[in-house]
Design a protein around this ligand. Sequence first.
Ligand code: GDP
Ligand code: IMO
Ligand code: MG
Length: 424
Amino acid sequence: MSHLVIIGAQWGDEGKGKIIDHLAKDFDVVARYQGGHNAGHTVKIGDKTRFLHFIPSGIFRPDKICIIGNGMVIDPGELIKEINTIKADGIDVGGRLLVSSNAHLIMPYHYLLDSSKEQDLGEKNIGTTKRGIGPAYADKMRRIGIRICDLYEKERLRSLIEENLKEKRLTLKKLYGLNCPEAKKIEKEYLDYGKKIEPFVTDTTLAVRKYYEEGKKFLLEGAQGSMLDIDHGTYPFVTSSSPCIGGVGTGLGISPRKLDKILGIAKAYCTRVGSGPFPTELFDELGNQIREQGKEFGTTTGRPRRCGWFDVVALRHAIWVNGFTSLAITKLDVLDDLDSLKICVKYKNNGNAIEDFPTNLSLLENCKPVYETLPGWKKNISGIKDYAQLPSNTKSYLKKIETLSGTPISLVSVGAERGETLVK
Ligand code: GDP
Ligand code: IMO
Ligand code: MG
């Protein structure tokens, strides 16, 4: 295996951080291509649990190069905090953390626009992380965004901030009665951030090309998940970037032709944070039990995650749009105590069977899951080190997922710790 992309197959939080940290040992470069600090990737090594928001999950392996690609949106103040937290832990990032000069900046007004729009939407809110992600990507697409490279041209930065503030000030005041921070204050703050991150800033497209030509192996890290993709997810209840495979080319400047394998990560059940359709959601005690057992509370916002059964209809959609070559199934141990398990094999809508994930939101919202029920394994599987030793009911559950999805499972995760990963 040479170059591998890892993409969440559900609604995010599938355990990407854990699997990426585990697999990174066999790669040279770990690179992120989209999203910002709406992502929260957890890496547990021994007793130590760490959370990453911008920095790729390969950073805890000292010889790995980690790239923050041009397709990401960055709050440099928050990035500096994350770098400092890692450094305080004795991890050296010098010379091996690269930040794209073309990545767009999340500005203070993006946070205000994000949270006030959410408040304005009331019950119809998206449930964003309120990190300014949507407004920052919107400005990028409107060609008025400010990039990391602009932090090194004082006059240009000033004029970009002033231009942006003209409309942001008006919007915030007129629509939400809010004041915008002063241009001078933002400029000073961001120039200072620019100085602090300068040692990491570079043309990452060139760096990717150089490393590729040197024969280095790439592990590409998606954030969020396929069902949160701006194009292929449950729009408008999505994020504002492309976690799916299409985001790799635009977010790092590497042709999809150069990539060999695409691993889709799915939890052994489903979760979702924020609003939007979730056909297999459990509203009963069982949903609470899975949430408690799986510690399903947001890594970024602390919000309780909605929990439900495994959904093969959604998975097949993610498999098609990404072209997953295999799957990793995580958090199997969370289901250890259950007597029986359900897998959603199709939906029903007004008496009609639906086999393909609907793109129409109204249709999807009225879909009811049709389940197959399998027996539980009622055994603690966390300590198991070898796939062959998994209980036969666990293997049957995995086999069912493989058969229904038509995609092989290559990895299984039975605990949060780095080593609790089984190769199939
Ligand atoms: P990510 O956003 O996809 O990286 O996932 P998060 O880090 O937001 O959420 C996954 C959570 O599950 C984290 O708390 C992980 O430590 C934990 N986790 C990952 N894999 C497993 C597993 O196989 N079993 C258990 N019990 N926890 C896991
Ligand atoms: P990782 O990388 C789970 C969700 C938010 C909201 C929607 C839009 O840790 O898997 P945004 O702030 O992006 O505009 O919010 O997307 N969301 C995530 N859910 N995991 C994530 O990242 C998420 N990043 C965003 O909850 O529903
Ligand atoms: Mg997460």
